[in-house]
Design a protein around this ligand. Structure first.
Ligand SMILES: Cc1cc2nc3c(=O)[nH]c(=O)nc-3n(C[C@H](O)[C@H](O)[C@H](O)COP(=O)(O)OP(=O)(O)OC[C@H]3O[C@@H](n4cnc5c(N)ncnc54)[C@H](O)[C@@H]3O)c2cc1C
Length: 407
């Protein structure tokens, strides 16, 4: 192999490039990124970056994933500010928006996701996915005393928490019955409801936004109409409505997309339906034997861990490929505490609080399915949660796990 093209210069794309070098690949690596920035970290964007904790300049410095010297050492052919437009079927050839065409021996798809757009063109309605989004939002938040956040998924919940830290009034609107329902079962999620309310958030659950109103004579948002007939007045709205996956450039390429989870459908080796074309990060789904089905995770840790396996397998011979079988991990910082989920959660799981309690807003809960421990969920209990990772990796039985927690 002489030339590998990595599409997407986020956490997954950068990790692929680093892992290729760590794996001894000395050929050309072209890293293509649509955004004009060097690879940066998204998690701070809804947290310290918004609040400016420790100083705005420090926060701006803190988002870069690597220093320039570290990037230089990778000897990348870095093509920033341009997109991969097309992957040609049957050829390892990627066409870029600047007219360049890259012929290569291997490709890694790490083009991630973009924020789902809200159904309005009104000014004052923001999304948060990119560094530029975060800069705009931070500036806009400095000029208001009240915001409305649509969607209490982890981005919406974190924006609400950051806005409260800044002293803004916050209305948080969520169609489901508790926050963060994609990751956290409503039986445990009620504690997050209380957490927002403890911190003075006007949390509207079970109601969707059905209309955006501007004031007379201007096109700036002023009021949201909700499905329960109520309204929320706010000069600034943040829509945390989830993501759209960046698969458009793969149309007609022959790369199979996942009909259920969206994104690119990979096998257990992170390889797509086209040999020599791998995928990693938010965009990639793959079969995970421990959970009996396919997963696609929008988690920071997954982006780097999956990238590492994809890079290894791209270089590996047929007999030395590795299966990707991580213990999924996700965290979210809200109101000075961490919400963490190791493993997987599903609505029918057994739930047992093994340390602390929801009332104390500090706990570790075990999630069980079919007699096994499948997830560990924690609030403000960081070291304790991480201690149980080996139990999840070993598929420990429910009874053994409970005994380990008690011991
Ligand atoms: C505000 C925010 C806070 C978060 N906080 C947490 C957290 O606390 N904990 C956690 O576990 N996870 C968190 N996440 C999720 C985590 O950041 C993502 O899972 C991770 O960024 C995924 O990395 P990725 O490289 O797969 O995709 P991305 O980060 O989406 O990167 C993909 C890159 O590819 C580029 N691209 C897209 N299409 C093309 C194309 N055709 N050609 C070239 N380039 C292209 C995009 O512009 C983008 O820069 C957060 C995400 C956000 C947005």
């Amino acid at each position: 192999m002489d030339h590998i093209v990595v599409v997407g210069a986020g956490m997954a794309g950068l990790s692929v490039a680093e892992s290729l070098r760590d794996g001894g690949f000395e050929g050309r690596i072209t890293l293509v990124g649509e955004e004009p920035h060097l690879p940066y970290s998204r998690p701070p964007l809804s947290k310290e970056f918004l609040t400016g904790k420790g100083g705005q300049a420090a926060q701006e410095q803190g988002v870069w994933l690597r220093e320039t010297a570290q990037l230089d050492a990778l000897e990348l052919d870095l093509r920033l500010g341009r997109r991969a437009q097309r992957l040609l079927p049957g050829q390892r050839r990627v066409e870029l928006s600047d007219g360049a065409a890259l012929t290569c021996d291997g490709i890694v798809i790490a083009s991630g996701a973009r924020a789902r757009a809200p159904a309005t063109e009104l000014a004052g309605v923001h999304v948060l996915r990119t560094l530029d989004d975060a800069k705009e939002l931070r500036e806009a938040m400095a000029g208001v005393d009240r915001i409305a956040v649509i969607g209490a998924g982890f981005i919406g919940a974190e924006v609400a928490a950051s806005a409260r830290t800044l002293g803004l009034e916050v209305a948080l609107i969520e169609a489901a019955s508790t926050p963060m329902t994609r990751a956290i079962d409503p039986r445990v999620g009620t504690v997050l409801t209380e957490l927002h309310r403890d911190n003075g958030v006007d949390l509207r659950l079970g109601a969707g936004v059905v209309g955006f109103d501007s004031g007379p004579g201007h096109n700036r948002v002023e009021r949201l109409r909700l499905s329960d007939g109520s309204t929320v007045t706010a000069p600034l709205v943040v829509a945390g409505l989830g993501v759209e996956l960046n698969t458009d450039w793969l149309a007609d390429s022959g790369v199979r997309l996942d009909p259920d989870l969206g994104g690119v459908q990979c096998n257990a080796h992170c390889e797509t339906s086209l040999p020599g074309v791998f995928a990693a990060g938010d965009i990639a789904s793959w079969p995970h034997p421990r959970y009996g089905g396919r997963l696609r995770l929008e988690h920071w840790t997954n982006a780097s861990e999956q990238a590492e396996v994809a890079a290894h397998n791209l270089l590996a011979g047929a007999g030395s490929k590795r299966e990707y079988t991580p213990v999924p991990y996700f965290w979210s910082d809200q109101y000075g505490g961490k919400v963490q989920l190791l493993g997987q959660a599903a609505p029918a799981d057994e739930v047992e609080f093994v340390h602390g309690s929801p009332e104390s807003r500090k706990f570790v809960a075990f999630l069980g399915r079919a007699g096994r421990l499948v997830g560990v969920l924690g609030l403000r209990s960081t070291p304790k949660v991480m201690r149980y990772r080996p139990l999840l990796a070993a598929e420990t039985t429910w009874d053994e796990a409970l005994a380990a927690a008690a011991g």
